[in-house]
Design a protein around this ligand. Structure first.
Ligand SMILES: [Zn+2]
Length: 175
């Protein structure tokens, strides 16, 4: 017998890049420009990421592939890990990623989930662990001057994180 049914909801909004608030647009442009630095000789799939933390720091990352494959690091992970290296454990407010490798035209009236490159499951977990809350924005470049915007709560609706261990990653540790 069914005891209860829980509903998982998510939202993805599509925006023109020029319609974004300027700091968000700047973050998308940073993800686009760093993408060319990716080291992706095996997949040819280059990804750039730019994160903004709650104090206004920006950090960039790209995917870096190795011939063992399993040692590859992802752009989102690199951006967040670099942020921590520079500023310590800190919550991010927005992450923008660009995984579009070819210029493309988008039919604005018929955009589907398949058109959007959002972070992989591995990176969603990493983003969640460095978030201040479930509204942390995730922006994905769609090409053709469009972006898809969502949030970690929508893309990772069922989340395991530091809270489950009664930990706050961002609290200073006692000596
Ligand atoms: Zn990933």
């Amino acid at each position: 017998m069914l005891a209860k049914s829980l509903v998982i909801n998510g939202t993805i909004m599509i925006y023109e890049i020029d319609g974004l608030l300027s700091y968000l647009k700047e973050l998308v442009l940073s993800a686009q420009s760093v993408q060319t630095n990716a080291q992706a000789p095996y997949s040819g799939f280059k990804v750039g990421a730019a994160v903004l933390d709650i104090h206004g720091h920006v950090s960039l990352g790209v995917n870096v592939e190795r011939c063992t494959y399993t040692q590859t690091t992802h752009a989102e992970q690199n951006a967040i890990d670099s942020l921590v290296a520079q500023h310590g454990p800190v919550a991010i407010e927005v992450i923008a990623i660009c995984g579009i490798n070819q210029p493309r035209k988008i039919n604005r009236y018929n955009i589907s989930l398949n058109d959007i490159i959002f972070p992989c499951g591995h990176c969603l977990q990493i983003i969640w662990e460095n978030c201040s809350n479930k509204n942390t924005a995730i922006i994905s470049d769609l090409g053709d001057n469009l972006v898809a915007m969502s949030d970690i709560g929508s893309l990772l609706p069922v989340r395991f994180g530091p809270n489950n261990l009664n930990l706050n990653v961002f609290e200073p540790r006692r000596a």
